[in-house]
Design a protein around this ligand. Structure first.
Ligand code: PEP
Ligand code: MG
Length: 781
């Protein structure tokens, strides 16, 4: 990120920075007193006056037209069907209110409501969206300025001013109109404007479908809870501008101090993207333009909260208008910073409200969320997660998967569209989010959820049944895990143990390298949760896409084949030994199965063993209690080992095939690149023969061999693996049921014979053969 770029302030520097500004032109508002203050004073008087809502709206349009020297000022209110009804006007025909209605999205007014952005048009009639309504007498006006009337990000209506002459309204005009729109929103929300109450509800009840990417499978129906609750500004106007100014100044000081504090944290001392982001925040927080606008707004008569919201809205709209994508990207920074400031002013802490108040069907909505933050929530109440950023590989996705909650990421402007308590559906099968869904949609999704639950019930019924094929071959089905929260899945799924415990996840979620005690505590807890079933711990597999935020980033062209896993552990022996010590301690009096990732050569395995032996010798010397049995194995995921199996296998107690990496290296196809990931089929002769050569060699050398990559988790692939001779498979907990169904309905002798035949006869599409075979033999795949 280029932090030398200009900031989003709009004071005198704005012109120099290239941001569009009309400063220097004559303002429409003629007064020696700041326009905003004049307007606020008058609005305050209107709100304090006797009279119903409609008469207040009428007074507001009159006052605004007067102060802004506008020939027309009008208020349109959104109806349940999305149309906009003219409710009050100064300047248009007197009988137009309640008779003029624009269809959803019609005309410039409709467009303003749809985009939820101000529209400033010097020549409205020349605009392609202009819609002529003869009953209004609108044809005489050229310039047009509209701002959305919104409350908690719901558009309730539109406030418009128009003038005869062709001109572009100034930023000051936009600000005045936006501040007025806040008051109008209050009025509409108060239920005192006859005929508008239903529409306020209507604005909320509109369905919205938001697209994203599935990051943790599942479908969830529930209600919105903001991870960082948005503060709804309830008091707009203040009688004491100096008090509000002091509140803003105080909050700004605290904001800057908190950013400085974050900056000085050790883990952020190193360069990297997070530091750049923080650097930009700090510059923004000190930006004179932004600060001046906040202070001016309070001086104009807004409370500190209202001032922050208004400046956020105007700045955001201005940034979105810029053609330079840099500014559009910075909108998120502005929103984050404004939210932080708002929380400080309102005396709220970051994080969700009181967890005890979470609804039982909570769906969290967040701009961004760290994995540790997700773990802070009560799992029993969480159903789903929607984040504006986040990918399938992100850490929060890993945690969401472990917790078994449906999660969709990359959902742009989710926070803006949602409201606390809104009904929401998270469809993480396809990556869609439905806000305020229609009853039909709710019912169709409820059916889907029931169907999934039924399928799950069928798998649950198999829980206690051992996975034995029709011809009596026992297949061990284990789960892959990486967090303590994964461990209950062993019992829940009826798995035979943990075939892969990815220890790096604990490291990835922590703020710093976990100490030996800490590591040992986790491993011991894992052993306890496994309740006697075997667990295979994998030594740290850092590097590639697994990054530790607190380690100096190591910039590599090809991180997947770079300095990762055992390569790093052998160079950072201290780190490796610390972990081995933790394993020895955690498994004292029990069996330790330890697996080394990314071994490339037999000699490398010797080096890894030597380090482990050193630690064992140290423990013995110190008379520490040791595991009763120590089995040292290796992940087989680098193709080179396939060509030295005879040398390699005698050096290990077991091997587990990391098919994710083995296949990406064998097929030269990046596992994280969707474009090439699905291009080559692992169920084709090359990969299958490679796997067969491993089972044959392992049998010869009498070394147990398993598969723990994703390949083991889909029934067809698992069937192929059984045909190739594998008898232990480790997979995501959700796959145990489907794979067990396949095992219970298959016959090893028959599928093995078929596979041998296909491989011998030059069949290329072995997947097709397997699927046909399953169908004709009633195997559940
Ligand atoms: C693999 O490569 O198949 C594997 C299980 O390891 P990881 O996915 O953690 O790289
Ligand atoms: Mg791997």
């Amino acid at each position: 990120m280029n932090t030398n770029k200009p900031m989003w302030g709009a004071d005198d520097r704005a012109t120099a920075t290239g941001m569009k500004s009309n400063r220097g032109k004559e303002p429409s508002i003629i007064s020696s007193e700041p326009a905003l203050r004049v307007v606020m004073r008058r609005l305050r008087a209107i709100m304090a006056d006797e009279g119903d809502g409609q008469s207040r709206l009428d007074k507001i349009v009159r006052q605004i037209a007067g102060v802004m020297i506008a020939e027309v000022c009008s208020i349109y209110v959104k109806r349940r069907d999305g149309s906009l009804e003219l409710f009050a006007t100064e300047g248009l025909n007197a009988d137009a209110p309640h008779n003029t209605r624009l269809k959803r999205g019609e005309g410039l007014v409709g467009r303003c409501a749809e985009l939820n952005e101000p529209m400033n048009e010097p020549d409205a009639q020349a605009h392609p969206a202009f819609s002529y309504r003869p009953e209004t007498g609108e044809e005489a006006y050229k310039s047009f300025l509209a701002v959305p009337v919104q409350r908690a990000s719901q558009v309730l209506g539109v406030l418009v001013v128009q003038n005869h002459t062709q001109k572009e309204y100034l930023d000051e005009d936009v600000e005045v109109l936006q501040a007025t729109a806040m008051v109008v929103a209050e009025l509409l929300g108060s239920g005192t404007v006859a005929g508008s109450d239903a529409d306020v509800e209507g604005a909320k009840s509109q369905n919205a479908k938001l697209a994203g990417e599935p990051i943790a499978d599942g479908i969830a129906l529930g209600h919105v809870v903001f991870h960082e609750p948005r503060i709804v500004v309830t008091q707009l106007l203040s009688e004491e501008p100096d008090v509000e100014l002091a509140r803003v100044d105080d909050a700004l000081t605290k904001l800057r101090a908190s950013l400085d504090e974050m900056f000085s944290e050790e883990r952020l001392m190193v360069a990297g993207e997070h530091r750049d982001v923080l650097e930009a925040y700090r510059m923004f927080a000190n930006d004179r333009g932004w600060v001046k606008r906040l202070r001016d707004a309070t001086q104009g008569g807004l409370t500190a909260e209202a001032a922050i919201e208004r400046v956020q809205n105007t700045t955001r709209a201005r940034m979105l208008r810029q053609s330079d994508p840099y500014w559009r990207e910075r909108v998120r920074d502005l929103d984050d910073l404004s939210d932080r400031l708002m929380r400080i002013v309102a005396g709220r802490k970051s994080g969700a409200d009181d967890p005890s108040e979470l609804p039982d069907d909570t769906i969290l909505v967040a701009r961004t969320m760290g994995p540790a933050e997700l773990l802070d929530y009560d799992r029993t109440k969480l159903r789903g997660l929607v984040v504006e950023d986040g990918s399938g590989q992100s850490h929060v996705a890993i945690v969401a998967k472990a917790l078994g909650i449906a999660a969709v990421g990359q959902v742009g402007r989710a926070v803006e569209h949602a409201d606390t308590g809104d009904a929401i559906i998270v469809d993480a099968e396809i990556g869609e989010v439905h806000l305020r869904p229609s009853p039909e949609l709710v019912s169709s999704y409820s059916d889907k959820v029931k169907l999934r639950a039924k399928r799950q019930q069928r798998y649950d019924a198999l829980r206690e049944q051992p996975a034995v094929t029709k011809d009596g071959v026992r297949i061990a089905l284990q789960i892959n895990a990486g967090l303590l929260v994964d461990m209950p899945h062993v019992a829940q799924s009826g798995a035979d143990g943990v075939g892969l415990f990815r220890t790096e996840l604990q490291f990835m979620l922590a703020d710093r390298i976990p100490r030996t005690d800490n590591q040992a505590r986790t491993y011991k807890a894992v052993m306890g949760e496994a309740a006697g079933k075997p667990v295979v711990f994998r030594a740290l597999d850092i590097g590639g896409d697994k990054v530790l935020p607190y380690l100096r980033p190591n910039v590599e062209e090809n991180p997947a084949i770079g300095w990762r896993a055992i390569r790093m552990s052998l160079d950072r022996e201290g780190l490796f030994r610390m972990q081995v010590r933790a394993f020895l301690r955690a498994c004292a009096g029990d069996r330790l199965n330890l697996m080394i990732p990314m071994v490339t050569t037999s000699a490398e395995m010797d080096l890894a063993r030597a380090v482990i032996d050193k630690e064992i010798a140290r423990s013995k010397k110190l008379q520490k209690p040791l595991p009763t049995e120590i089995k040292i194995g290796a992940m087989l995921e680098v193709p080179n080992l396939l060509f030295e199996l005879d040398e390699f296998l005698p050096r290990v107690d077991f091997v587990s095939i990391g098919s994710n990496d083995l296949m990406q290296f064998l097929l030269a196809a990046d596992r994280t690149n969707a474009r090439v990931g699905a291009r080559y089929d692992v169920l084709s002769p090359g990969p299958l023969r490679a796997l067969l050569s491993i089972t044959r060699a392992a049998e010869r050398k009498n070394v147990p061999v398993t598969v723990c990559g994703e390949m083991a988790g889909t029934p067809v692939e698992a069937m192929a693996l059984i045909a190739l001779g594998f008898r232990t498979l480790s997979m995501g907990a959700g796959s145990i049921g489907p794979v067990k169904s396949m095992v219970l309905t298959s016959n090893v002798a028959e599928v093995t014979e078929a596979m041998d035949q296909w491989l011998a006869s030059g069949v290329l599409d072995i997947r097709e053969k397997l699927v046909e075979f399953a169908k004709s033999n009633s195997i559940e795949i």
